[in-house]
Design a protein around this ligand. Structure first.
Ligand code: CA
Length: 342
């Protein structure tokens, strides 16, 4: 996976006033009072464990992930070019074939039949010209997806958007507190029953990944934000649809691969915690569409958009990912466990 240079164009971001009323309504955002909750999950993947007590202060957070329309407004205002729109350099990848140093991004390609799940190259392809305007590649237009979450945004792009909007990316603890919707310790954002009343509550993958997407939830691919019911905090699409960036560094051993995300690119690029799973998460491979679900996002693009909290300056979570792992502890997740396995 090539790396890429990036450019964050300075822009006049609205600054938060220390005198603002932090509980006054903010358009498109929900106010969460903060509190203590059980964070993480011990039923599925080692990088989500252990369950620990976390605490957040009050903060605002977007009700839905950043959409293509919203990201387009940011790009028009700032001239920002995303990481995917820059060709990686030979200096960054001295051993790479120069012919491969072209701008692009990873695109999911459904194989025609069952394949072993131990190599993501069987369904991820690096596509030159793929970017947020061309999520399926340069030949496929983006038309009709203005209300879909923006994709092919690297962490740097998400952070630049947040700064432009006068916000910050959420910490993992803030994100998970928000996603749980006030239902402490539940498996899903709506409770422990995956299909209450037989209803699918998020856009994920039904069928056998990666070759058969039954689309029983009505969507093969991303869906417009708000297509599924909100959680208890009034937040839409907290799980499924697309992964979401957080500000936390993912503390995995270098070079390690986890399921649901391509192998990290070589180089000194810190991985960030991504949350919520996506439309590509299937119980037979990647049961990550849960508030406690987490993995590491690389500079290479997946389907990570982001939602951004508006936080009172200085009001940071008291405790979040620290305690999830002991530094240096080898993680063992190379393949997701099927739903229901321990
Ligand atoms: Ca789906």
């Amino acid at each position: 996976m090539p790396t890429r240079v990036h450019a964050i164009v300075p822009c006049p971001a609205p600054r938060l006033s220390g005198g603002r009323d932090w509980t006054a309504p903010v358009n498109g955002m929900a106010w969460l009072a903060g509190g203590t909750f059980r964070m993480g999950c011990e039923r599925f993947y080692p990088e989500e464990a252990p369950v620990r007590t976390a605490e957040t202060h009050g903060f605002w957070i977007d009700r839905h992930p950043v959409t293509v329309r919203e990201f387009r407004a940011f790009v028009r205002a700032t001239g920002h070019r995303t990481v995917a729109e820059h060709a990686p350099t030979q200096e960054e990848y001295p051993d790479a074939d120069p012919d491969l140093l072209v701008a692009g991004s990873l695109v999911f390609r459904r194989p025609p039949g069952p394949v072993p799940l131990d190599d993501h190259h069987r369904w991820w392809a690096y596509v030159p010209g793929a970017d947020w305007r061309h999520p399926d590649g340069p030949a496929a237009p983006l038309s009709g997806r203005a209300r879909h979450p923006v994709t092919h945004v690297a962490w740097e792009d998400a952070a630049a958007y947040a700064a432009w909007a006068g916000k910050e990316l959420p910490t993992e603890a803030e994100w998970e507190y928000a996603a749980r919707g006030g239902i402490d310790g539940a498996l899903f954002a709506w409770g422990d029953d995956e299909k209450p009343g037989g209803r699918l509550m998020a856009n994920h993958w039904q069928g056998t990944f990666p070759h058969h997407n039954a689309g029983a939830d009505g969507h093969v691919g991303t869906s417009p934000v708000g297509a599924f019911p909100p959680n208890g905090h009034g937040l839409y699409d907290v799980t499924g649809n697309v992964w979401e960036w957080t500000s936390d560094v993912f503390t995995a051993d270098g070079g390690e691969s986890t399921c649901c995300a391509p192998t990290p690119a070589p180089g000194e690029f810190p991985r960030r915690v991504i949350k919520g799973g996506s439309h590509l998460c299937a119980p037979n491979y990647c049961l990550r569409y849960r508030p406690g679900g987490a993995t590491g996002g690389d500079r290479g693009q997946l389907d990570q958009p982001h939602r951004v909290p508006l936080r009172e300056p200085g009001a940071r979570p008291v405790r979040g990912r620290e305690g999830a792992h002991t530094p240096g502890t080898k993680r063992v997740s190379t393949l997701c466990a099927p739903f229901g396995s321990g």
